[in-house]
Design a protein around this ligand. Sequence first.
Ligand code: FES
Length: 184
Amino acid sequence: MRAATAPVREIAIFNTPEILSSPVGRIIEEHHNDRNDLIAMLLDIQDAMGFLPRFAMEHVATRLEIPVTEVYGIATFFKYFRLKPPGEHQCTVCTGTACHVRGAARVLREFERHLGIRSGEVTDDREYGLETVNCVGACALGPIVLVDGDYQGQVTASKVPTLLRRLKRSAEKKPVAARAEAAA
Ligand code: FES
């Protein structure tokens, strides 16, 4: 538990523009500055920001009075956490055991080849991101790929170009749809 009166150095850290304009402080408060909630806190920060920015992890460490290495340790141990901003469109290939035995590695290689990036990276224009996950609970339909959060089952390497084409088309349509919505 943090002392009621924060030292001057801490107050300065708490009031950086990055912190003030982000949900990080609020999320920590919602978890009552409780270090037992560290993972849940990081999950909430990532859900709100799309990834775990360095300043957010440092801020969490300061507020919880724990070493920043402890926060980094959690963030790097669990595959779910992202330390870099995701792509505008995110492709997630499940490489859990059930998907692996059905050819997930070939599917992943095909995504890497078409996008020109490795798992955990985003394209230079930040349009597409690629990552893997260990199991999303739909093993019977594996290999599973999530495209912008939508489940695609029984994906084979040969289906990857079609998936990416479809994704590209929907990405191109989006601004038009957004304009139509604004005009309505
Ligand atoms: S291993 Fe891929 S959904 Fe379970």
